[in-house]
Design a protein around this ligand. Sequence first.
Ligand SMILES: Nc1ncnc2c1ncn2[C@@H]1O[C@H](COP(=O)(O)OP(=O)(O)OP(=O)(O)O)[C@@H](O)[C@H]1O
Ligand SMILES: [Mg+2]
Length: 241
Amino acid sequence: MVLMVENVDKEINGENVLKGISITLEEGDFACLTGPSGCGKTTLLRLIAGLIQPSSGRICLNGSLAGAKSDSGYVFQEGALFPWLTVKQNVAFGLNLRGKSPKETRDLVQEILNLVELAGFEEYYPKELSGGMRMRVALARVLVYQPKLILMDEPFAALDFRTRHKLQRDMVALWQRLKPTILMVTHNIDEAVYLSNKIIILSGRPGQIQEQIDVTIERPRVRTERSFSLIRKHILSLLGE
Ligand SMILES: Nc1ncnc2c1ncn2[C@@H]1O[C@H](COP(=O)(O)OP(=O)(O)OP(=O)(O)O)[C@@H](O)[C@H]1O
Ligand SMILES: [Mg+2]
């Protein structure tokens, strides 16, 4: 088991933000977390990343309590790249800090840039890239560490429809190839059903788990198929739509 969240409560400034949250993710799970705005999704990711601490309950990553040194990678929204560094330097940034040799770093960075289809853009600066490309750099920067758990907070929210669908397809291909464990926040039900094998739905204020759904539809998934629509409908009805 990669992630175990056990009966976690989180209070912020006297407000109960999350209550009784329990989640387990197995190695290779692709889970999506959804729920109304303000229900505590980002707070839950921050707890799992060890950036903040639960008020009660436990969070374990690979059997150890979650903390600042946990083996998770956090994909922030697109603005989180260093604007003064090139694509290559952005991706290599943390590896240099981790004591890899220059050649190891170069090879690994190139391999990951090929994977996210950014070969040829190594020397570009973030401002010279499209939103979708910046998102790929942000993803590459996390993939390069090969973390046990990848946390993503609405990574595709700012992208247009086409780019979003393309990145979703690429994301599934990458996941099938590297098999990382992923926990991704999304407001987009379609995206959750397309990507994940588990969907965790939070209800609002305080955020509580309303339902967890296993999605076993074959891949590649087709949004217009009946099995897909049935799950989408079920989730929409849970969210009161
Ligand atoms: N640092 C903080 N200080 C005060 N309140 C906070 C803080 N972080 C979160 N909250 C409160 O916790 C609640 C949940 O916030 P959070 O950002 O986790 O929601 P969310 O589900 O990610 O929302 P959205 O879908 O809009 O991104 C909100 O009511 C917010 O006011
Ligand atoms: Mg949020």
